[in-house]
Ligand binder design. Structure first.
Ligand code: COA
Ligand code: ZN
Length: 311
């Protein structure tokens, strides 16, 4: 039972990256820029604005340079780029990304499917990236994908995750993200692992990245918050998923998360009304309904008029 809701929960918005990477419909560069610019005024301090990966692997985000160069940078917002290797880092730096998010999987099989490398080979590539960027103002975040379970291998040994965290810390990463790539985490598992990780990583540097694939996304957020985590990834409309993870589906939905926080009294600094307006524009952009719920139901305070005969 959470007793203290007084500490702010930081939401990193990932719809421009995790959200769009799996969409079959091409989103024009100008529309991506507009989405990021509108997200920038909703109160986010961190937005993952794109990735610099192979355009063959993720064609939907092949315009990363144009997107990063076209956005209206808002003071106080960190614009993050996901990169898998040195080439991605070079592209992200040339595009003025503020932070590089380096991703590998705890599971060998998922890293092979997603990055065509073993986790050890990914770490060698990250070493090169760190050497390239060291001394600049660019920060690094290291993500451990499939932390809570892998669609190919099942449950992941927590010691493997801890060793990858050690490796990230040895590389000097300022942030660590634990990602539940296909929504296999449960609240008990999350509470246990987050408690353990927080003995080694300060809460200000730890991000949890949940997908709602099995409906446990927000339960996992509360379990992680209760264990002391304060930073969470979420995606507008509940978009998202890794195209190289069978059965992947959307991230936890940002407006559903902010609504939860508003209702229980956890500050996020994010303007929910604005976010809802933005989320409701997504079906027209992408041609399908969104999985998020609050955009459909409205907030608790969005009351309806009584039917006329009772008015
Ligand atoms: N950006 C653009 N192009 C890249 C690149 C990058 N970061 N990294 C490699 N490439 C290009 C190479 O230049 C080469 O191009 P060519 O065929 O024109 O010569 C081609 O991709 C193959 O390069 P290689 O190093 O052999 O890569 P690969 O085919 O083994 O793929 C990755 C490795 C990591 C580049 C690829 O698997 C990838 O981009 N994965 C990311 C998947 C992803 O984003 N998943 C979701 C987020 S977790
Ligand atoms: Zn994800």
């Amino acid at each position: 039972m959470i007793t203290d809701y007084s500490e702010r929960l930081v939401v990193q918005e990932v719809s421009p990256r995790d959200g769009l990477q799996i969409e079959p419909t091409w989103v024009e560069t100008a529309d991506k820029i507009k989405l990021i610019d509108e997200l920038s005024v909703c109160g986010f301090t961190r937005i993952e604005a794109g990735s610099f990966v192979s355009p063959k692997a993720i064609p939907a985000l092949r315009d990363g340079e144009a997107v990063f160069q076209g956005i209206a940078r808002r003071a106080g917002v960190i614009y993050v780029a996901l990169v898998p290797n040195l080439k991605g880092a070079q592209r992200a730096i040339a595009s003025n990304a503020d932070e590089l998010n380096l991703v590998l999987s705890a599971s060998q099989s998922h890293n092979m499917a997603n990055m065509r490398m073993t986790p050890a080979q990914s770490l060698v590539a990250f070493n090169e990236v760190v050497s390239l960027v060291q001394g600049s103002s660019i920060s690094f975040n290291g993500t451990v994908a499939t932390t809570f379970g892998c669609p190919f291998e099942g449950r992941i040994d927590e010691d493997v995750v801890m060793r990858l965290i050690d490796a990230y810390q040895a590389l000097g990463m300022q942030g660590i993200t634990l990602a539940d790539t296909t929504g296999m985490a449960n609240p008990r598992q999350v509470h246990r692992l987050v408690s353990r990780v927080l003995t080694q990583v300060p809460a200000s540097q730890l991000t949890l990245h949940f997908h709602n694939t099995r409906g446990l996304g927000l339960s996992n957020v509360l379990a992680a918050y209760e264990a002391g985590a304060r930073r969470f990834d979420a995606s507008l409309g509940g978009l998202g998923g890794c195209p190289f993870a069978p059965g992947a589906s959307g991230n936890i939905c940002t407006e559903d998360l902010v609504n939860l926080c508003d209702e229980v009294g956890i500050d996020t600094g994010i303007d929910l009304a604005h976010l809802l307006t933005l989320s409701r524009s997504l079906p027209a952009l992408l041609g399908h309904e969104m999985p998020g719920q609050v955009a459909k139901a409205g907030r608790n305070c969005d009351l309806h008029p009584l039917p006329p005969r009772f008015g």
